[in-house]
Design a binder for this molecule. Structure first.
Ligand code: KIV
Length: 277
């Protein structure tokens, strides 16, 4: 059975760190699901799956395909889907309609970036109508243009306090947890200590109630950009390159496929083929 929202929230009270990763396809989701508490179908799919330059470019249709595939691989973790840019910067009825598409595709909750008044109203509408919401503050990749690049947020007392104020509004609007991205450890610690709901950090230091990474960064698979905060646990890119190189050599030298990798006819049938004129 998948983890419940309550379970994720209880971890904060128990002092157990929440483990989370992104996934975009069935088999990766299945492996990740053996260990983590929460899986996010992140809109980082724009970059790591689709090769686009910005998360703002992924469509709702594309995100729904990834969500359905991941959902088929998830049994244990809570599954959250990112609502893409444009799908929730609309009125609350439209936001609800779009959020429902993700829930119907197998997600247990949706994630919305930002803490503006429009976001708060839309989040309230979702949570009051049985759609759990994960908030996302600090650096919000969809706002990369208005934030003028990948900048660290909450860099002084005033700015940290502003993020806390937004976080409290998200909490009041019914968010079950909040992702805090790209901010100093002391800022996320202050925000975490002043909220009842858990925080899940990415590039936000060790004091958050949990951590999330883009799985392609952990696997060493995406090589266009390596964030300072990401830790690579395996070099899948090197492994994949070596495997493909070896495969091509084996095909070219006739070493692949071997007899165990081939199907054979009965001897009698082979004779008939050989004697056919
Ligand atoms: O899309 C994404 O990968 C995210 C990160 C916070 C994990 O939103």
């Amino acid at each position: 059975m998948r983890k419940t929202i309550k379970k994720i929230q209880d971890y904060k009270k128990e002092g157990k760190k929440i483990t989370a990763l992104t996934a975009y396809d069935y088999s990766t989701a299945k492996y990740i699901d053996k260990f983590v508490d929460l899986i996010l179908v992140g809109d980082s799919a724009a970059q790591v799956v689709l090769g686009l330059d910005s998360t703002t470019l992924v469509s709702i249709e594309e995100m729904l395909v990834f969500t359905k595939a991941v959902s088929r691989g998830v049994e244990n973790a809570l599954l959250v889907a990112d609502m893409p840019f444009g799908s929730f910067q609309v009125n609350k009825e439209e936001t609800m309609k779009n959020a429902l598409l993700f829930i119907k595709s197998g997600a247990n909750a949706v994630k919305l970036e930002g803490g503006s008044d429009l976001m708060i109203d839309n989040i309230k509408h979702l949570t009051q109508n049985s759609i759990p919401v994960l908030g996302h503050l600090g650096f919000t990749p969809m706002s990369v243009n208005s934030l003028s690049g990948h900048r660290i947020q909450g860099k002084d007392f005033e700015k940290t306090l502003n993020i806390l104020k937004e976080a409290k509004k998200l909490q009041e609007a019914g968010c079950f947890a909040i992702v805090l991205e790209l901010m100093p450890s002391e800022s996320s610690k202050f925000i975490t200590q002043n909220l009842d709901i858990p925080t899940i950090g990415i590039g936000a230091g060790v004091h958050c109630d949990g951590q999330i990474l883009v799985s392609d960064d952990l696997f060493g698979k995406y090589d266009r950009f390596k964030p300072k905060f990401a830790r690579q646990y395996i070099n899948l890119k090197e492994g994949m390159l070596k495997a493909v190189e070896n495969y091509c050599t084996d095909v070219e030298t006739g070493v692949f496929p071997n007899s165990e990798e081939s199907f054979e006819l009965d001897v009698e049938e082979v004779k008939k083929l050989e004697n056919y004129r």
